[in-house]
Design a protein around this ligand. Structure first.
Ligand code: SF4
Ligand code: SF4
Length: 104
């Protein structure tokens, strides 16, 4: 019996799960100050809202509102790559179990 193909993973049908991860900013990133925050250790990151999403997410479309200028970290994140699939799996489990979503 042949193996089932892995389910297709595309951003257009995803709830922007990776936009709940901590996004460390680099010197070359040009992100407006009101979208950034400092961690307890002083690192500059994308700020997140009360529900855990990056503040640059457009909650109507669940798309990045600064896509053309998004941070380098976001540019390197590979759709359907191992990390993408892993965060999606964790997120789905939490949602299915009714576990309050935690910040990564
Ligand atoms: S990269 Fe992966 S986790 Fe991020 S929006 Fe696309 S499919 Fe979702
Ligand atoms: S900057 Fe854009 S792509 Fe990066 S985490 Fe925020 S919303 Fe997602």
């Amino acid at each position: 019996m042949s193996a089932q193909p892995a389910p297709k993973v595309v951003c257009s049908t995803c709830e922007a799960v990776c936009c709940r991860l901590t996004v460390l900013l680099e010197e070359s990133d040009r992100i407006p100050g009101h979208l950034t925050a400092r961690t307890a250790h002083g690192l500059l990151v994308m700020a997140r809202d009360d529900e855990g999403w990056c503040v640059a997410i457009d909650h109507n479309s669940m798309r990045c509102s600064i896509y053309d200028d998004r941070p380098s970290t976001c540019r390197r994140f590979v759709m359907s790559g191992p990390y993408c699939r892993d965060v999606r799996k964790t997120y789905e489990k939490q949602v299915q179990a009714g576990i309050p979503l935690t910040l990564y």
